[in-house]
Design a protein around this ligand. Sequence first.
Ligand code: DGL
Length: 272
Amino acid sequence: MIGVFDSGSGGLTILKALRNALPDQDFMYFGDHRNAPYGHRDNDQIVELTRAGVKTLMDRGCSLVILACNTAAAVALRSLQQQWLEDQYPGNRILGVLVPMVEAITGQPWMADAAPDGSRRDRILLFATSKTVSSGAYCEEITKRAPNVDLIQKACPGLVDAIEGGAGKRPLRGLIEGYISEMNTADASAAVLGCTHFPLVEKYFRTALPTSVKILSQPNIVAASLASYLQRRPHFAEGGTGSITLLTSGDPTTTNEISQRFLDPKLAFVSA
Ligand code: DGL
């Protein structure tokens, strides 16, 4: 069974793409709705909460866990992988959603034309939580692979809360148009929605961004990356029947009501 973790319901966008790409695989999702959102918490809290979330999934039999949360991946992944995982769950693995995005950005066709001396530069827009932006994790990973990319980061405070809280079209559009109006989008080649909640409002990003800006979809990119990982490490994919389990640290009734808009109607959250 493969575990999928998010602070709340945003990771369901990733889960949906994983199910489409790997229909025979068993997935267990854990949304830490009681503690969401993570985007404005301090780093120690995010590490602690992410560790607890991964533990919940690994104690229930998930030997591989995907952090379907950019904030958790940016702040906690490295420390959990380095210090904790091998001690507590030897042989188990935790993967994030950030590196597949960075690989997709730097592997785009436009990168092939990039001049090695840096004389041609590419501008990529990144929309994410305040914490993902301040962690600098996307900048660090992109600079390692493609120093000619200028990443223009935009923190989107309030957007996760608005999505989790069930805000309507008008306030959501207003928030997104506001973030974009504060940026210089000229000459940008692409935009990364670097928060797993944001694909739920991708259409508002699409209408507010210039048509020349390509939106890179995190769910499909992460699903393709996991499928290729499992081909290389098939023991993590053994014995699946296509089952899906949804766990929450919050109140299941409220979580199901709020998540209804982005949940397969046959699925429901239960208490972790
Ligand atoms: N969905 C999470 C992400 O990808 C973040 C939400 C939060 O702030 O809790 O960053």
